[in-house]
Write a protein that binds this ligand. Sequence first.
Ligand code: SF4
Ligand SMILES: [Zn+2]
Ligand SMILES: [Zn+2]
Length: 303
Amino acid sequence: MACKSCVEKPVIKLPNNNVQLCKNHYIKYFEKKILKTIRQFNLVEDGDHIGVAISGGKDSSSLLYILNKLAEKRKKVKLTAITIDEGIHGYREHTLKDARKLCEELKIPLYVYSYKEEFGQTLDEALKKYKLKPCSLCGVLRRYLLNKKARELGVNKLATGHNLDDEAQSILMNQIKNNIQTSARLGPITGVKEDKRFIRRIKPLYFLTEREVATYAFLKGFVSEFIECPNSGHGLRGDVRKFLNDFEGKYPGTKHAILNSFLEIMPLLRKDYKMQEIKDCVDCGEPCSQERCQTCALLNSLK
Ligand code: SF4
Ligand SMILES: [Zn+2]
Ligand SMILES: [Zn+2]
């Protein structure tokens, strides 16, 4: 069977329907879908200075490339790339190289911040010393550092490469852990405009599956090799990811259904779980909802 729109050989069959597309038509479909998400949820506005969290992996590289295309057309949008170097040996040094290469090609300034410099130790070093779940520790530190550095750089929105699979996994994980309040902070755009200490997050890849993003990144030659963090695939997220992939295979459309039903209840969740009062962390002064921010509480518990 040929491409739906021409006679060329197809490179992908789209989820949820039987449509197949060739390289050129797939690239057009992919980019159009992102621009539609940006328009639908008003993710990008004139005057925005967007920090793009780039790891050098398939998701964030595709995101940076497309946001750059948009910024070239909309001159009132400025981009700055931000990379967090957790210090994961055999992984981050490779993706960092790809991130630097892409930023140089696109002429986007890149700022790299490391756990070693900011917290005194790499993730690898911390995991050797303490019995902690890698992604729980890594996730808390990354969120903290991204928000702090984005604010210091004068960024007003932070774009992340979260795709449909990531979001469907988070929705399900919050259900499993009875953590519905956390789900109120999901969605294609998070946070409130009024509190400038928390930088709003936008997720333009929200409606694209991991497979779709990987195909695009491969066709565009963004990543030299597909390597995964050695800590990924473990814990609850790894199990939920596997479960959703199995279910998607048996019941196509599962991931989209989870996302779409979540989007229907999201306004109600946000109404019920309005942002709590924002305080200043007693240790570092960063914004938080408790007396001490999650990062300081975690780092203190390790002392
Ligand atoms: S998979 Fe886990 S440990 Fe690896 S970079 Fe992501 S959050 Fe950090
Ligand atoms: Zn075609
Ligand atoms: Zn703190």
